[in-house]
Structure formats: structure tokens, C-alpha cells
Design a protein around this ligand. Structure first.
Ligand code: GRF
Length: 198
């Protein structure tokens, strides 16, 4: 049975594009919705150009009312009947109650080798720590921010010339490759972690 995939974005949606384009042929999943907390997210147009239904729930009117925002988000999600929800550059923190409702069916990509550098500014933190390796992680989303079971990692060497921007730029195509590989395996019911090395 083909799995239905909803993708949550906040901005450019490059990871979303990679996921949508990967779901063809004998892939066990298909995209059914791209949803953003930002009505102006550039990724929404990209999704429309790829003929994927889109939606936007602006989080700004819900300032201080995270639960109110999430109930609208949940309503839009449930209308698409997804089997899997992929967070892809989605920049809102979700409450434990919300994530618990999607436990085992929600994935996220994070630009570090978790459990290192949960949260923001991961590239600068890896550089500041003098790490020789850095990378990105796809994990199951749980109540703990950036803390769920790891489903895949892609590793790159850090060079002496690297800056936070150069690391981000070198990592982004690896995120696209990793997330597509993990989603294909996850949609087939296989949670064996994917490890890629650039
Ligand atoms: C990516 O670096 C991703 O790791 C982070 O958001 C950035 C932009 O992602 N979460 P996208 O282009 O919107 O997919």
C-alpha cells in the first residue's frame, strides 16, 4: 500500500523538493501535502510547480498560543490523511503533545551529527569545537527536541578553510540525498539506519 507523505516547511523547501522528486516509480510513498507555517515560504511555489497540494497556517496570529497553532496545523494535516509526516526545514518547535500524536510516523532532518549540537547554529558550534567531522541526521521526531531515534546520517570532513556558511552549503545536497534515502527505507517499513559518507 503506497504510503501518503505530508511535508512541513518554513522556507526554501529544498529538502522538500528532493523528497517530492524522489517519490516516483516503485518508491513506496507519494507526497500528498506540503504545509508551511509561513504563507510566503518559497517552497510553497516549488511544491505547486511539482503538482503537490499545499497549505499554510500562519503561526504569527497565534503568538503565545502554541496549542492553538498546532490544532490548526493538525486539522490541515489530518485532512490529507498522511501515513508519514516529514519536517523539512520546518522551524517551529512542536509541543510534546503534538509530536506524541505522530510518534513513529514523523521524521526530521537536522544539520548536525546528533546527538551533537541539538538546536540552532550547528555549523558554527562544530567549527568552534574544532570538529574534524560534521554532517546531518534524519531522526524520528519525539517529545525531546532533536532527540529521537536516528534513521540516517551523512558525514563530511571539516576543512581548515570551512566557515559556517561553507559547511551549510556543502551539507545541503547531502541532506537531500540522505533524507530521500531514509524516507524510501522508512516508507518500506525498514528502520535500519542509513549511513552516507561524502
Ligand atoms: C537546511 O539546512 C535544514 O537542515 C534546516 O533548514 C535548512 C533549509 O532547509 N533544517 P530547506 O532548504 O528549507 O529544506
Amino acid at each position: 500500500m503506497t504510503k501518503r507523505v505530508a511535508i512541513l516547511i518554513s522556507g526554501s523547501g529544498s529538502n522538500m523538493v528532493s523528497l517530492v522528486k524522489s517519490m516516483t516509480g516503485d518508491h513506496p510513498a507519494r507526497p500528498v501535502l506540503v504545509l508551511s507555517n509561513n504563507p510566503a515560504a518559497a517552497g510553497l511555489k516549488k511544491a505547486q510547480d511539482l503538482h503537490v497540494p499545499t497549505g499554510a497556517i500562519d503561526h504569527r496570529p497565534f503568538a503565545g498560543d502554541r496549542v492553538g497553532f498546532e490544532s490548526k496545523l493538525q486539522e490541515a494535516l489530518l485532512a490529507a490523511h498522511p501515513d508519514i509526516v516529514c519536517l523539512a526545514g520546518f522551524m517551529r518547535i512542536l509541543t510534546p503533545e503534538f509530536t506524541q500524536g505522530w510518534r513513529g510516523r514523523m521524521l526530521n532532518i537536522h544539520p548536525s551529527l546528533l546527538p551533537k549540537y541539538k538546536g540552532l547554529n550547528t555549523h558554527a558550534r562544530a567549527l568552534a569545537a574544532g570538529d574534524h567531522e560534521h554532517g546531518c541526521t534524519v531522526h524520528e521526531v519525539t517529545a525531546e527536541l532533536d532527540g529521537g531515534p536516528v534513521l540516517g546520517q551523512s558525514v563530511i570532513k571539516v576543512t581548515a578553510e570551512d566557515t559556517a556558511d561553507s559547511l551549510a552549503a556543502r551539507l545541503l545536497p547531502l541532506e537531500h540525498e540522505l533524507y530521500a534515502a531514509v524516507l524510501r527505507r522508512f516508507a518500506a517499513g525498514d528502520r535500519t539506519p542509513v549511513t552516507l559518507r561524502a
